[in-house]
Design a protein around this ligand. Sequence first.
Ligand code: ADP
Ligand code: ADP
Ligand code: ZN
Length: 214
Amino acid sequence: MNIVLLGPPGAGKGTQAIRISAHFDIPHISTGDIFRRAVAQKTALGLKAKEFMDRGDLVPDEVVIGIVKQRLEEPDCSTGFLLDGFPRTVPQAEALVDALTVGGRALDKVLNIEVDRDELIRRLTGRRTCRGCGKVFHLIFDPPKSSTTCDICGGALWQREDDSEETVINRLKVYEAQTAPLVDFYRAQGLLVAVDGRQPVEVVFSRIDEILHA
Ligand code: ADP
Ligand code: ADP
Ligand code: ZN
């Protein structure tokens, strides 16, 4: 099962990806997570990506494409994968087709998680992540018992720098300009399935489960 999760920042891609990945036993590949890890470890990739991420702009295609291509060649992707946050531009989507075609693979479905703008801003500005285990909370929609500590592991909760309201506004603009065209791109190929992302997490997941079993 080769799946792409599409949707604006804050739509719930990461939240659903964890569930899909566990349920269907396919690796979850989040380019955002790969970049954040590289930034934290101060690798060459991290240093390159950081300035773009801090502004809420996209990391250049040539950087992202190389990383994803490499990741898709790893053995755990041979029976399926779930891409979260990639592709985000038409050139990335075209590079993905090429990379998969070489190995005789293709995408099975593209799930487009739809959420309106006001809700996206609420979700992004209230997002908190655990430094210890990586669990993602929301101060209102999935509140931790304490706003500073993880319920699961006791780790410190932090707010992504790019989740400040100012950067969020830019990320939504960047999404409209560069990523939204992928909706038509995948619709034209008959791969797109729309998912109403405004529902509660478990309702969204059962809809996705239904779609992927169909
Ligand atoms: P994305 O990966 O698309 O940017 P996330 O999965 O990180 O989005 O979700 C963004 C924020 O919204 C998180 O704080 C998460 O807890 C919360 N969230 C995710 N899905 C829902 C939902 N269906 N209803 C309410 N809040 C949600
Ligand atoms: P979100 O949860 O808001 O959808 P991500 O965690 O997927 O955000 O991405 C965070 C940042 O990482 C993006 O704003 C961008 O700078 C960079 N990034 C992640 N994936 C890509 C990609 N496919 N192409 C370019 N930049 C990316
Ligand atoms: Zn934790």
